[in-house]
Ligand binder design. Structure first.
Ligand code: KIV
Length: 263
């Protein structure tokens, strides 16, 4: 696969070409996903659940993300890698800069932060140093206790307006990609149209620029029930390679997520 840079994601946004993304945490899956043509991989703090077996992302440490980013980069040398800054690893600007350096040195192209207004100064400082930053709004798993669980966000008009304002503010502060998780399709569509940067959705309908799924959900190997917006692509495909091909095809053509997998 050719080297994927942020300019490629911008180009897809401008040309309205939808792109798939997936989480990965190790060398072998990163290699498989990259060989199948997945252009964007997230080393997500979802590894707290999928790899470490916890019930939330809150236990994940910066050294975990460093370790998994290094492994993924070895397997996917040309893929655009986004790595999460985990819970409490960016509570102030100095800490965010220090931990971002660790993640970029481990091989990430971009770091991802969860939240809204309070991140403005941190995002500006990172952007001023030419660090690529991805925002993450809607259902933000690091706010699990505050949100009272993993629930759809932005259903009420006030909450929807707040998310639109947050998205615009984050873009103005310097983020170069936005992830929106678990919001109604219409709201995600509106935010995607308002922003000039690529917007990647998860559980947010089919009208975002890109889609992302947690690999364990996509392959149907998540412990317990997979989220209602996730689709088990492996059950209909017969091999992991074919499941990934199907995912890529369905995202690019807008088949996934159909209304069954949207709010
Ligand atoms: O940690 C993660 O895997 C994520 C995705 C759910 C977007 O943030």
């Amino acid at each position: 696969m050719e080297y994927i840079a942020i300019s490629q994601l911008n180009d897809w946004k401008n040309k309205k070409i939808k792109f798939p993304a997936i989480t990965a945490y190790d060398f072998s899956f990163a290699k498989l996903f990259s060989n199948q043509g997945i252009p964007v991989i997230l080393i997500g703090d979802s590894l707290g659940m999928t790899i470490q077996g916890h019930t939330s992302t809150l236990s994940v440490k910066i050294k975990d993300i460093e370790y998994h980013t290094k492994a993924v980069r070895k397997g996917a040398p040309n893929t655009f890698l986004i790595s999460d800054l985990p819970f409490m690893s960016y509570y102030d600007t100095k800490t965010a800069l220090k931990n971002t350096a660790k993640i970029i040195r481990s091989g990430a192209n971009m770091i991802k932060l969860e939240g809204g207004k309070w991140l403005i100064e941190i995002i500006k400082e990172l952007s001023n140093r030419s660090i690529l930053v991805c925002g993450h709004i809607g259902l933000t798993p690091q706010y699990f206790h505050y949100l009272g669980g993993y629930k759809i966000q932005g259903k009420k008009q006030n909450d929807a307006n707040k998310l639109i304002d947050e998205a615009l503010l984050l873009e103005e502060s310097g983020i170069k990609v936005l992830v929106i998780e678990c919001v109604p399709e219409k709201l995600a569509e509106k935010i995607t149209k308002c922003l000039s940067i690529p917007v990647i959705g998860i559980g947010s309908g089919k009208n975002t620029d890109g889609q992302i799924l947690v690999m364990h959900d996509l392959l149907g190997i998540t412990e317990g029930k997979i989220p209602s917006f996730s689709k088990n692509f492996l059950s209909e495909s017969g091999s992991i390679q074919k499941a990934i091909q199907k995912y890529i095809h369905e995202v690019k053509t807008g088949i996934y997520p159909s209304p069954q997998y949207s709010f």
